[in-house]
Design a protein around this ligand. Structure first.
Ligand code: ADP
Ligand code: ASP
Ligand code: MG
Length: 407
């Protein structure tokens, strides 16, 4: 007997026809006593459409009501999938995130899964059902619906797999695995047979949207190997797991990631005294705003003030504007500038540690292509450049060609 969690993304469940082919595929692949949990996303572009509906009513970030709205997308999918299984002659039951026992923090739009009380899911499996869980959503302790951030169904799937101790977690999507770069941007990108949690987490954090970063984190924490593969073909995909099972070539660079959903915030003229940076970033943290790259520089001509620049997800820029406006006078800030047309390009690879030439090569490629680098940041296994959004694809292709085309 195998206990398997299979997650199907938005493009995989975009139409009733596609849902029916998933039903056929799942039933065909199931052995007599297998137990299957399906985690599904909202159909096609439903979540984008719901966001756009909200934007037609308000530009303000109403967290709770937004989650009430966004969670409906996945609810449509689970009900239709359960009916499609029943029509095909198999018992099935759908559960919202709350019904599946997914408890999250009270952070609307970016809830974190705190625990999963999986009794109901386990009982339904025991009763012979295929269990269909709504991805991307949960409930707070006090009964409010939350969502887990864009791409959050991946996290639901891996977390549920951890909670029920599944034998496997399969992420079915519209690509047949993890590539060295987004194949939509770099047609020459290569599919990987396997990648470690650490490298995949870095790729995902730096923008490789094929997996939500927290799903990879969960996989690592519960030691659930994740198989990313195609909904539309049978071929083996990519395993995300603890280490390499094969003797893979020692890659310096494992992948090139890009993120076009970046806003740069510059706070001009912050008094150069203890406590000011703390006040600003504590205020942002209180509003659950993830701050990424941070640069603070004291003005040469006036040591009394500093300028602070940082990046956030573009989705948070309206909230950042509001939060900073509240403290602007109190902190004697001169001006606040927000540039929403920024992007990041990153190289990722555990093998780059101790190879100083990688950074120089990357900056050289930017220079050859006339691309201005605004901020650079590094971790042990990545180097990231903040550049204008319009140059991101060009930079990714050039960097990929440099590191991958020669071998
Ligand atoms: P789903 O709706 O199934 O969750 P997503 O759109 O969230 O699918 O993720 C799949 C997409 O991720 C692919 O279509 C691809 O364009 C993009 N992607 C970005 N980086 C990578 C990468 N390194 N490897 C594979 N796909 C990637
Ligand atoms: N439907 C949500 C989104 O579009 C969650 C997901 O698909 O993973 O972000
Ligand atoms: Mg996704």
């Amino acid at each position: 007997m195998a206990l398997i969690v299979k997650k199907f993304g938005g493009s995989s469940v975009a139409t009733p026809d596609k849902m029916q082919s998933i039903v056929q595929r799942v039933l065909k692949g199931m052995k007599e006593d297998d137990q299957v949990v399906l985690v599904v996303s909202a159909m096609g572009d439903t979540t984008d459409e719901l966001v756009s509906l909200a934007r037609q009513v308000t530009s303000k970030p109403y967290g709770r009501e937004m989650d009430m709205l966004l969670s409906t997308g996945e609810q449509i999918s689970i009900a239709l999938m359960a009916m499609a299984f029943a029509e095909a002659g198999h018992k099935a039951v759908s559960f919202t995130g709350a019904q599946a026992g997914i408890v999250t923090s009270k952070a609307y739009n970016k809830g974190r899964i705190l625990e999963i009380n999986a009794e109901r899911v386990k009982e339904a499996l025991q009763e012979g059902n295929i269990v269909i869980v709504a991805g991307f959503q949960g409930m707070t302790d006090d009964g409010d619906i939350t969502t887990l951030g864009r791409g959050g169904s991946d996290t639901t799937a891996v977390a549920v797999a951890g909670a029920i101790n599944a034998d496997a977690c399969e992420i079915y999507t519209d690509v047949d695995g993890i590539y060295t770069s987004d194949p939509r941007v770099v047609p020459e990108a290569r599919k990987m047979e396997e990648i470690t949690y650490g490298e995949m987490l870095e790729m995902a954090k730096l923008g490789a949207g094929v997996m939500q970063p927290r799903a990879v984190e969960m996989g690592s924490r519960f030691n659930v190997p994740i198989h990313v593969r195609s909904t539309f073909s049978e071929i083996k995909g990519t395993m995300i797991q603890e280490g390499y099972s094969m003797e893979v070539k020692q890659y310096l660079i494992r992948g090139v990631a890009e993120d076009k959903n970046v806003a740069k915030v510059t706070i001009l003229g912050v008094p150069n005294k203890p406590g000011y940076a703390y006040r600003i970033f504590a205020e942002l943290a209180d509003h659950n705003i993830d701050v990424d790259m941070i640069v603070q520089s004291v003005r040469v001509a006036n040591e009394g003030v500093t300028d602070i620049t940082f990046t956030v997800s573009r989705d948070d820029s309206a909230l950042v504007r509001d939060v900073l406006a509240e403290i602007r006078d109190e902190l004697s800030i001169e001006d606040i500038l927000i540039d929403e047309r920024m992007g990041k390009v990153s190289v990722v690879g555990a093998g780059m540690a101790g190879h100083p030439g990688i950074a120089a090569s990357m900056f050289g490629i930017m220079s050859d292509n006339g691309i201005n680098i605004e901020i650079i940041s590094t971790s042990e296994i990545s180097i990231t450049c903040l550049i204008g959004e319009e140059s991101v694809d060009k930079a990714v292709r050039a960097i990929h060609a440099h590191f991958f085309d020669k071998d």
